[in-house]
Design a protein around this ligand. Structure first.
Ligand SMILES: [Cu+2]
Length: 487
């Protein structure tokens, strides 16, 4: 509700306490001064608040009396509008702004309301408007009558159009998704099962002429990002991310790339030193690999370690964000054995027990994801006490992502191709588009547990249906039961 209306209500309550209290008690309506009507006193319902976000209209059922209006708040970041199908509409409202929608012309009945900006209704911005129904006048006004009487209600009000019931539903959804995730982990050692797994290891095959052979094929596939959400992805070897490839310094490489997509393609070996003609930037360094054709890259891997990623270059805003990316590593990441970092001495015989890429994406059909999956389909990461896990982040998306691991610290040892002379500990590491960071995660005996591991842009990790998108967990066995309050 707009501040001036709050003040108006206060003035009226102060001067007409008895009348207002009687009216509130007797008929459940609120008396307001309408400043636009020459301050004449009239009886009406308080405006009902409707909140627009990406991509939702809340509440999903808007109850209001006849003759009323809506306070339409855009709590999102994009422009939205609220349009009664075949009836009144707000103008497009910028993110953070609000507008009043006068619906006094509507007769009692049920209407559809949507945001008419192309694609927004299809993405979820649809709701039902009930004018003059049995719930009218209550629902979303300051009286908080929707769900307000249920047990456990605290403020008894509403927030941005969400009722107490909406919050209860949110809690329940969160509980359900986490229970499903933990159950899947206990049963399968994975996230909630989905078809397809990305970033599987591709071992080059040794040819008779001393070259190592790698075969890659790009095609458009169905990819299950999260349970039940299947999208068209642009994949290497039918997986997102593409296969994880590791070669040794000085390896002679022959990489046959077949383009099974409708667009001319190339593969750029991002961060890997290659001769000009093998850099994979069509049409500058090579012709496009036409649909149906095969092109062979041939080069000698650098004589030192490099941590690269491979991805489409031409048409990347289609091909990369929809899945054509993977890790391409030359040699082992040098380790800071024996170094002391922030007072913590690292072992002289430091070694990596497990290594994995974590490819970040936020765009295309796949959207916010870790290694091509959105929580709860993301696989948990297991590291035992005393083990060293090496994670290399690759950001193939369009935004920076602050990757936060609870409790267990991350030791940053490499940025892009460069081992750090001075490694450093973080609990949150921001990885921007095109960047790679390699970190070591070494759980100690007092770090047993299931630790949330997620992007800390909170809308990249959560919706009102619970945890989602760029979320996984670090499991340090033995897995304990959920904690209780300390006594
Ligand atoms: Cu993020």
């Amino acid at each position: 509700m707009a501040p001036n209306q709050d003040r108006s209500m206060f003035t009226v309550f102060a001067s007409l306490t008895a009348v207002a209290a009687f009216l509130l008690a007797a008929v459940g309506i609120i008396v307001v001064v309408n400043k636009d009507d020459n301050a004449s006193l009239k009886t009406a319902s308080g405006p009902v608040t409707v909140t627009l976000t990406e991509f939702k209209i809340a509440p999903g059922t808007i109850n209001m009396p006849t003759g009323g209006s809506l306070d339409v708040v855009n709590a999102g970041t994009m422009a939205h509008n609220l349009t009664v199908t075949g009836g009144p509409a707000t103008p497009d409202i910028a993110g953070g702004k609000s507008a009043t929608l006068d619906l006094s012309s509507l007769k009692a009945g049920t209407y559809e309301v949507t945001c008419t900006i192309p694609g927004h209704a299809a993405a979820g911005m649809k709701a039902t408007l009930v004018v003059g129904g049995s719930g009218s006048g209550g629902g979303e006004t300051a009286s908080g009558s929707t769900g307000g009487s249920s047990s456990g209600s605290t403020s008894g009000g509403v927030f941005n159009g969400m009722s107490d019931q909406d919050f209860r539903a949110m809690d329940e959804a969160q509980t359900q998704v986490v229970q499903d995730y933990v159950a899947a982990f206990k049963e399968h050692g994975t996230g909630v099962p989905t078809a397809g797994r990305g970033a599987t290891v591709l071992e080059p095959t040794a040819g008779a002429d001393g070259y190592k052979q790698i075969d890659l094929k790009a095609s458009i596939i169905d990819w299950e990002v999260e349970p039940g959400k299947v999208v068209k992805a642009w994949a290497y070897n039918d997986q997102v991310p593409g296969p994880t490839i590791k070669v040794q310094p000085g390896d002679k490489l022959r990489i046959s790339f077949t383009n099974d997509t409708p667009m001319g393609q190339d593969i750029h070996w991002h961060g890997v030193s290659t001769p000009f003609g093998q850099d994979g930037v069509a049409p500058i360094t090579q012709p496009f690999v036409a649909p149906g054709e095969t092109f062979t890259y041939q080069f000698t891997a650098p004589d030192h370690h490099e941590m690269g990623m491979y991805h489409a270059h031409h048409g990347g805003e289609i091909a990369v964000v929809n899945g054509e990316y993977g890790q391409f590593q030359v040699g082992d990441v040098p380790l800071p054995s024996g170094k002391t970092v922030s007072g913590i001495k690292l072992p002289n015989d430091l070694k990596v027990d497990k290594a994995m890429p974590m490819v970040l994406n936020d765009a295309g059909n796949i959207g916010l994801s870790l290694n091509g999956k959105s929580f709860p389909a993301t696989d948990p990461i297991v590291a035992n006490v005393g083990e060293t896990l090496q994670v290399t982040y690759h950001n193939e998306g369009l935004q920076c992502h602050p990757m936060h691991l609870h409790r267990v610290k991350q030791l940053v040892i490499e940025k892009d191709d460069w081992p750090l002379d001075q490694p450093y500990y973080v609990d949150t590491l921001t990885v921007c588009p095109g960047e790679r960071y390699t970190v070591l995660i070494r759980p100690t005996a007092d770090e047993v547990g299931i630790w949330a591991y997620h992007c800390h842009i909170l809308t990249h990790a959560e919706t009102d249906k619970g945890l989602r998108y760029m979320v996984t967990v670090l499991v340090v066995p033995p897995v304990p039961e959920r904690g209780q309050s300390a006594t």
